[in-house]
Design a protein around this ligand. Sequence first.
Ligand SMILES: [Zn+2]
Length: 190
Amino acid sequence: MKRSTPRPKCRARAKHTGEPCGNYPPPGGVVCRFHGGRAPAAMKKAAIRNALAEALQNGDRRPPFMILADTLHSCDVLATQIRLGIMGAEEVTPDMISAFVEAIERAQRAAKLVIDARVETMMVQSVMVEGDVIAGIFLRALAAANLNVDAEMRLREALGVELSRLGEQQQALDGRPVSVQVIDSVVVGE
Ligand SMILES: [Zn+2]
């Protein structure tokens, strides 16, 4: 398969000359092995980048746990084939062994995605808690202001716009999704 983008080079600079390093990092990595690219933390990040790149490349938009279930299923099917082969019922080819090893590796990466996705879910929940606090303050202020119906509607709309903007800014900053329910609760009421 032809690469669509050139393979990135090490981001580090040579200590004495200050020139860009020019060596290739391990797949998914950003620095070469001379600049810490084989350190455990760097390898871990590289593995996450590879897993995400693989999922995106395959256009796989399913929840990570479904991808994991699928990969585990293919592991199971391949393992059964090999087991039958060893028992003499079928032929075991080197290709089958390679496919099995690849399936296990895919499952490992999918498992990592599931763990990362859980972290993401927890971050969404914390944004929603923050949002609920903000919404609570607005709603109590709204009640205290004791406005007429028209004025209250306009203020709710304005607050909705502001909260959406806040959510977009937060998402742009750290990639955390906007809490739509909170915006709805302020605009629609309750
Ligand atoms: Zn380097």
